[in-house]
Design a protein around this ligand. Structure first.
Ligand SMILES: *Cc1c(COP(=O)(O)O)cnc(C)c1O
Length: 397
């Protein structure tokens, strides 16, 4: 037996003896660094001759396992081996992608109806740094081609379906167009999750997730992921940004996302089925002037959505007749639906975009995108659909 250390040393030192059996479920590696067995191993790992973890800002077994699962889900059945990185938020995944890929003087071709935070990041953070967003209608391929005559555009960045009108982009046409012009394409797949839409199957280069939403699903963590079709490009361009700007996610959030993803398919089926029932109910209601849900045959992009999505998801929006006042009084009466500025959780969440998520977007800009004063956004949960509809019904009466 080794000589017993002092009491204070015993407090400090790690006990390694009981770390032998394999844990059934992914553990949370709450460690900032990894100890080397020897100086020789340390040198081999730093030289890249042996794989091994070093420091949790560069990655960690919990973080990397979640990233790998997201990569495999996005590449599932496509005969691809995509790479993924896990970030501290959806916003930091987007930011790391752009900092890694673009330089001062480059431009991003994008759409006006993006997630509000993304539009703000482009205009308030990237534009002053010399990376300018150019806004167009990404569902119009001719408009995209016209914009791409500007050769400083290096990335096309879109969302489909887009928040909150659920308009869709033809991802195949977009990816083809990007490839023809030698421009990267990135799609924020947060609204669908890889369960309902796989942008890689259409040739897109990068996929973004706010894992805060459906991938976690339970509303208890903030994190993001970026998935790249090209592993080498990810390693060369994006990994250094994550490592050196410190945009990495943390093991606790990674673990929560990992846990949530186990029920992704079950949840997405229930979200989709509940949302369709809610959309059909709203469409028939005399107080509702418009319902935006791609699963409804009346939606602008129903045919395209049927082609490129495996389900229509849990997000929808609708216009209460009577504008702002009617929308506000409707929301005051709700008591089962929860008023919270997020989406993709297991419970039904309601939001008024004009006064909440899109408050910092100019009124003309949001009106042009169908974000009217009376528009209400619903993230339909997985509760009994009768309870959701009963709440909407009493609030509309
Ligand atoms: C929430 C969201 C984001 C931002 O993600 P965070 O995790 O909040 O940083 C980006 N895109 C979409 C579509 C979102 O819904």
């Amino acid at each position: 037996m080794q000589k017993e250390t002092g009491f204070d040393s015993l407090c400090v030192r790690e006990i390694k003896e009981n770390r032998t059996t394999t844990p059934h479920v992914l553990p949370i590696y709450a460690t900032s660094s990894f100890a080397f067995d020897s100086i020789d191993q340390g040198m081999r790992i730093f030289r890249g001759e042996e794989s091994g973890h070093v420091y949790s800002r560069f990655g960690n077994p919990t973080i990397n396992t979640v990233a790998e699962k997201i990569a495999r889900l996005e590449g599932h059945g496509l005969n691809l081996e995509p790479a993924a990185l896990f970030f501290s938020s959806g916003m930091s995944a987007i930011h790391s992608l752009i900092l890694g890929l673009l330089q001062h003087g480059d431009k991003i071709l994008t759409q006006a109806n993006l997630y509000g935070g993304t539009t703000e990041q482009f205009l308030k953070i990237l534009k002053p740094q010399g990376i300018e967003p150019v806004f167009t209608d990404l569902s119009n391929i001719d408009a995209i081609r016209e914009c791409l005559s500007d050769t400083s555009i290096k990335l096309i960045y879109g969302e489909s379906p887009a928040n909150p009108t659920m308009n869709c982009i033809d991802l195949k046409a977009l990816a083809d167009c990007g490839q023809q012009h030698g421009v990267y394409t990135a799609i924020d797949n947060t609204f669908m999750s890889p369960c309902l839409q796989q942008p890689f199957s259409f040739g897109v280069d990068f996929i973004i997730h706010s894992t805060t939403k459906y991938l976690n699903g339970h509303g208890n963590s903030t994190a993001g992921a970026l998935v790249a079709r090209d592993k080498a490009l990810m390693q060369e361009k994006i990994w250094p940004v994550m490592k050196l700007a410190g945009t990495t996610g943390n093991p606790w959030d990674a673990w929560l996302v990992h846990n949530g993803m186990k029920t992704l398919s079950l949840r997405m089926k229930q979200h989709s089925s509940n949302a369709l029932s809610v959309a059909q109910y709203l469409e028939d209601h005399s107080q509702i002037s418009k319902v935006n849900y791609p699963g409804l045959p009346t939606h602008r992009d129903h045919e395209l959505a049927t082609r490129q999505m495996k389900g229509f998801g849990g997000m929808l929006s609708f216009e209460v007749s009577g504008g702002l006042d009617a929308a506000v009084s409707f929301m005051r009466k709700l008591n089962f639906c929860v008023m919270a500025p997020t989406m993709g959780d297991v419970d039904t969440l309601v939001l008024h975009p004009a006064s909440m998520s899109h408050i910092n977007i100019k009124r003309e800009l949001r009106l042009r995108e169908g974000i009217t004063d009376g528009l209400v956004r619903l993230s339909v949960g997985i509760e009994d659909v009768e309870d959701i509809i009963a709440d909407l019904d009493q609030a509309l009466s």
